[in-house]
Design a protein around this ligand. Sequence first.
Ligand code: HEC
Length: 147
Amino acid sequence: MPLNTSFLAVLLAVLFTALLARAASADPRANYLLHCGGCHLENGEGTLPEVPDLRHDLDWLAQTAEGRSYLTRVPGASQVPLSDEKLAEVFNWIFDTFYPPESVIPPFSGEEISHTRGLPLWDPLSARDALSRARYQTPQLSAEFTK
Ligand code: HEC
């Protein structure tokens, strides 16, 4: 029976490795660490001023359609070799992990990301500035500007 025993051991080892690989690729934290953490660091703090801190100031962006579109279109996110579903999971993991439970952030879905991710964003920093300025514009001011 020694042959059968070693065959069984090899089979178990192969199955175990396959299971581990699946678990790793299915885990949004692992995907964050692999694809985002190199720049934004493990705890999301980034390296200011070049790489933004993901732990603050994204929640209000995730509450408007324009802000959500921007988040999924920054080059680091839009060009990552992950499916729309996996990228949505990474964003949901970021908000679940770095933001307090009381921040109300509608979860991202692969379907949503599939509509925004491919739209070009030539100048992320200007887009971010425009969103920040629009955030504090009163409705009266906006009406003035759009005349
Ligand atoms: C090569 C470094 C790098 C990688 C990898 C990277 N990013 Fe970024 N990220 C940046 C830089 C730099 C910016 C600032 C905007 C710009 O210049 O693209 C940024 C901006 C962002 C922003 C906007 C932050 C804000 O405050 O406006 C988000 C959200 C973001 N990244 C998410 C991600 C996610 C999610 C991943 C992984 C899927 C990722 N990034 C991977 C470097 C990176």
